[in-house]
Design a protein around this ligand. Structure first.
Ligand code: ADP
Ligand code: MG
Length: 240
């Protein structure tokens, strides 16, 4: 589904990604972890074209990211992205947050968009809040709305960038539970997170990054079992 070959990226002289190569198959749940500043956010944002890169090649479902012939807004609409800070539209109701992209980008009718959006809102347990505004919801609830909004676009894959790290501890599980459900239903996911409980439960692979490079790309059992590199061992020792 996602193929990344020797992707490198620089900010001026600073190399932020170095020869990153990995594949994500349909239904894979890949957890990306590593120290702060190691390039995790940059890596997953290259997948949907939010971060351009200078070298290498990425394809998503056969479409080449960033190629002149690729319609990037169309491709991006098929890749759901959930960020640390929810990023709902504050001046729109929850229902409007759910329908806007479907209507504007996918050309769905308001009715169809509302039907789909509310179905996913129900799925994340928040249907009763459909007429509220984001500011009236807790952080955990807003993040669940953000996930429902992404799902309403029928994504072929979902990217998560530290979706629980801005949340109060008591709200982390309500978001992780939704993500675990998605993973178990076979959604293709790349998840930047330090929630190793989530990784143990549903990841089939773990990527460990350091200084812009993929240091480990292995199965969950290999990662937690032998964690071959010293840097990955140090990292695990600090967060577990
Ligand atoms: P992570 O998500 O692992 O914390 P990031 O991908 O956000 O790491 O950042 C990787 C590195 O790139 C960091 O050293 C960061 O300071 C640097 N960086 C990120 N964005 C920019 C930018 N716009 N200009 C220059 N350097 C940046
Ligand atoms: Mg980051």
């Amino acid at each position: 589904m996602i193929e990344m070959e020797n992707v490198s990226k620089w900010y001026g002289n600073f190399q932020v990604l170095t020869d990153c190569t990995t594949q994500v198959a349909k239904g894979d749940v890949v957890v990306v972890c590593g120290p702060s500043g190691s390039g995790k956010s940059t890596l997953i944002k290259t997948v949907n074209g939010l971060e351009p890169f200078q070298k290498g090649r990425i394809t998503v479902d056969g479409t080449v990211v960033g190629a002149p012939e690729t319609n990037m807004s169309k491709l991006r609409s098929r890749i759901g992205m959930v960020f640390q800070n929810f990023e709902l539209f504050p001046h729109l109701s929850i229902r409007q947050n759910l329908t806007l992209g479907q209507v504007k980008v996918l050309g769905r009718s308001e009715e169809e968009a509302a039907e789909r959006g509310l179905k996913y809102l129900d799925r994340v347990g928040l249907l009763a809040h459909k007429d509220k505004f984001p500011g009236q919801l807790s952080g955990g609830q807003q993040q669940r709305v953000a996930i429902a909004r992404a799902l309403s676009m029928d994504p072929m894959a979902m990217l998560f960038d530290e979706p629980t790290s801005a949340l109060d501890p008591e709200m982390i599980n309500e978001v992780l539970d939704v993500m675990v459900g998605l993973a178990q239903e076979g959604m293709t996911m790349m998840v930047v997170t330090h929630e190793m409980g989530f990784a143990r439960k549903v990841a089939n692979r773990v990527i460990f990054m350091d200084k812009g490079a993929i240091i480990e790309d292995c199965t969950k059992d290999e990662f937690f079992g032998s964690a071959r590199s010293e840097r990955a061992q140090d990292f695990l020792a600090k967060i577990l």
